[in-house]
Design a protein around this ligand. Structure first.
Ligand code: FMN
Length: 428
């Protein structure tokens, strides 16, 4: 166990005092109850066709539901085609998309999970290649490969990277149309049976571009001081809340601080979150980065739980529910965060890519009475049976394996016997 949190963790797991794990306590947000507090964080897949999900998404998200997660978010989903980053990004802007997302949501819910959609618009980060090509901007040369570039929109005509393509500065008409797109996408998401809607206001995308002075150089009512720069994001929050059913929760993902060299800090987010709360945002998903500038603001060190202090302060000082995310891989660490009152939900991304049944392992590690209750009933039945048969034959039991009625072969299984095959490392 890592020494950075040993004391807190030991306390969190009750030090043998049999405290039920908070990570596996249900949470109710408006009319939606999640079976536990493990959330699968949004993860772009670059596998959509014309913005729509397909079998890839059914399997990718379905395996997390089978692994016991409480809340499962799909990737950032663009509110209009031009708001996607790449031609393969997800979107929700055709009526056909509704039917496709509904199929996936039905499957996730059958398995006991709550499903979330993260709505977004990439703004000046639109029109690029995917992660495997480091999000390089598309050029005319990509047209031959069926990937024509398009002109991105942004609060100001400032490129994402020096020398990059200049986005079109949104005029008041563009702002109005963009808000209509948020509303249309929200209604479609409700129709597609998502339980939770999250507004992607982080990572240097359109909403974050309005917030940060690095990307917002406007002199009208949508720029200037913090209040002006918050105007568009708050209008989006109001519009989405108005279009999203009152009994379903609304989340908002913030970059609590810009990235290296940034100009938007925690105090700004606190002021912003207080306004979001007044507009009916229920949960703040505390992330960071995506916006680079030239101030001395340093890079956040990527230590386990690197956003937890942000989540803790926002939760306490703005009095809103929060999500902690960022290199949380150890179940005891997740439990410690909740027990310390630093967050209400813990989100995992890469840990779930590594092990889609992370919640099951976490439940076992935290001593949940019946971790198999998280699994589909047929799996649970078989695994409980496996535990029963194992407990009948402890390690080192001297047994006979029948090869025929009168040939009973002695057999002993011990971990040490496997050590050589594992290069001397005993399996855990
Ligand atoms: C493959 C991948 C795709 C991601 N796509 C998104 C996304 O669509 N929206 C978003 O807000 N964050 C996205 N993220 C960030 C994650 O949601 C998460 O905040 C981040 O990976 C830190 O959590 P982790 O340490 O548990 O991976 C992505 C991360 C990964 C690994």
């Amino acid at each position: 166990m890592q020494n950075w949190a040993t004391a807190v963790i030991e306390q969190a797991v009750g030090g043998g005092k049999n405290v039920p794990p908070l990570l596996f306590s249900p949470i109710t947000l408006r009319g939606v109850t999640a079976r536990n507090r493990v959330m699968i964080s949004p993860m772009c897949q670059y596998r959509s066709v014309d913005g729509g999900p397909n079998d890839w998404h059914l399997v990718h998200l379905g395996k997390f539901a089978m692994g016991g997660a409480g809340i499962i978010f799909g990737e950032e989903t663009a509110i209009e085609a031009g708001g996607r980053k790449t031609h393969a990004c997800a979107g929700i802007y055709h009526s056909d998309h509704i039917r496709r997302y509904r199929r996936i949501n039905k499957f996730l819910k059958t398995l006991g999970a709550v499903s979330g959609i993260q709505l977004g618009h990439s703004g000046r980060k639109a029109s690029c290649h995917d992660a495997s090509r480091n999000w390089q901007p598309l050029t005319k040369a990509d047209t031959a490969a069926g990937l024509p570039p398009w002109t991105a929109i942004a609060p100001s005509p400032v490129s994402e990277a020096p020398g990059g393509p200049l986005p079109h500065e949104m005029d008041l008409g563009d702002i109005g149309r963009n808000i209509e797109h948020w509303v249309r996408a929200t209604r479609m998401a409700a129709d597609a049976d998502f339980d939770i809607c999250e507004i992607h206001g982080a990572h240097g995308y359109l909403i974050h571009q309005f917030l940060s002075p690095i990307a917002n150089r406007r002199r009208d009512a949508y720029g200037g001081d913090r209040q002006g720069r918050m105007r568009f994001p708050l209008k989006v929050a109001e519009a989405v809340r108005g279009a999203w059913p009152a009994d379903r929760p609304l989340f908002f993902r913030c970059s609590v601080v810009d990235g290296k060299g940034g100009e938007w800090y925690l105090e700004d987010t606190l002021a912003f979150v207080r306004e979001l709360k007044e507009r009916g945002v229920d949960v703040v998903d505390c992330s960071s980065g995506g916006m680079r500038g030239s101030t001395p603001f340093p890079l956040i060190p990527r230590v386990p739980g690197y956003h937890v202090t942000y989540s803790a302060r926002i939760r306490r000082e703005a009095g809103v529910r929060t999500i902690a995310v960022g290199l949380i891989t150890d179940p005891c660490h997740a439990e410690a965060i909740l027990q310390a009152g630093d967050a209400d939900l813990v989100a995992i991304a890469r840990a779930a890519l590594y092990d889609s049944a992370w919640p099951l392992r976490a439940a076992a590690a935290l001593g949940l009475a019946d971790q198999y209750g998280l699994l589909p009933s047929d799996y649970a039945f078989r695994l409980r049976g496996r535990d029963r048969s194992r407990s009948g034959y402890p390690e080192g039991a001297d047994v006979r394996i029948p090869h025929s009625p009168d040939d009973l072969v002695p057999y002993v299984w011990r971990r040490e016997l496997q050590a050589q095959a594992c290069g001397g490392n005993l399996p855990t």
